[in-house]
Design a protein around this ligand. Structure first.
Ligand code: GLA
Length: 318
């Protein structure tokens, strides 16, 4: 019997910046997905504590993108990607269970992908770097869900350390572990279910591609470059990404100097930018952020992740 697991993640600041090679600051959560079982000859056969239907497929025979039930697609697409790089015995029989709320924006799908990849630790250690495992799982996510997500979720989950925030440069894939102060606490509140497949996420990716065809890489852009964009909608989208990258750097500096006022203010600015310039918030998320900001121990609060539902995150004094 072998087992492998991977945690969920929450993003402290830096949303909708990863797919243009920007900066993000997520952290791993203390909830996780675990797979237990044994390798077999041919077929994959997984039961789940959280989903009614089991997932069965034969690698190289069944199309991983059209499997039923849908959760099996994430498993099969990772297995497919591993086979593409020449890794892995072909069959597995086992059981999956998770303590990550599914479909709530805490990366339950990325955790499942990384847990599957970790089953192959004996085959991947020293062969694939953490960044390569994350890229492989990201390709699997694209194939399984059709959502053109960035690298944040998979790379944070592969490389994150408990008690640290994970500063990721999504262009170089360089990861820096930032010690999280003992006198602060992060709380995550589930607001509404969301699925990025049915959301405008792909539209945002397409809009940022159009911006980059006008002003070049958003990672290198400055607010002064906005005058080169004619379309007011694209100006707003670009302003969010440019300012959000700056806020991530400032947030890391504020953590280092224990500047609680700056930490809170940067989270609120990030939320407003996502709501007003990137249009990824919803009325119910707005109300939740306002309610949290009125609590005496809350320094800052914001939507977290892709938006259009999901969770809000708050930073609190312990
Ligand atoms: C989702 C995606 C990530 C990232 C966030 C927004 O979680 O999976 O790649 O783009 O949205 O920051």
């Amino acid at each position: 019997m072998i087992s492998a697991s991977a945690p969920g993640r929450v993003n402290l600041i830096g949303d909708h910046t990863d797919y243009t090679g920007g900066l993000v600051l997520p952290m791993v959560l203390d909830c996780r997905t675990t797979i237990e079982g044994e390798f077999t000859e041919l077929e994959w056969d997984l039961t789940s504590a959280d989903e009614p239907e089991r997932c069965r497929f034969t690698p190289g025979v069944d199309d991983p993108r059209s499997l039923s039930p849908r959760w099996g697609r994430y498993v099969a697409c990772v297995v497919d990607e591993l086979r593409n790089v020449g890794i892995g015995p072909s069959g597995f029989r086992g059981h999956v269970a998770t303590t990550i709320p599914i479909g709530s924006g805490l990366s339950s799908s990325a955790a499942l992908e990384v847990a599957v990849a970790r089953l192959f630790a004996d085959h991947t250690n020293g062969v694939l770097s953490e960044a390569e495992i994350a890229q492989l799982c990201r390709r699997a996510e694209h194939a399984a869900s059709g959502v053109p997500c960035g690298i944040m979720d998979q790379l944070c989950i592969v490389s994150g350390r408990v008690g640290h925030a994970t500063l990721i440069d999504c262009r170089s894939l360089h990861v820096q572990h930032i010690t999280f102060p003992d006198d602060l606490v992060v709380s995550v509140e589930f607001i509404a279910p969301r699925t990025l497949a049915g959301s405008e996420y792909a539209d945002r990716v397409e809009q940022t591609n159009r911006i980059e065809s006008i002003i070049g890489p958003l990672r290198d852009a400055r607010e002064a470059d906005l005058v080169r964009i004619d379309d007011p909608l694209l100006v707003r989208r670009a302003r969010h990404v440019i300012s959000e990258n700056r806020r991530v750097t400032e947030f890391v500096e504020a953590l280092a100097s224990s500047d609680h006022t700056a930490l809170g203010s940067l989270m609120v600015q990030s939320h407003r930018s996502l709501a007003q310039d990137f249009d990824t918030s919803t009325p119910i998320m707005e109300a939740a952020v306002e309610r949290l900001l009125a609590e005496p121990d809350v320094l800052g609060a914001r939507m977290t992740g892709g938006g259009f539902g999901g969770c809000v995150v708050a930073l609190r004094r312990r």
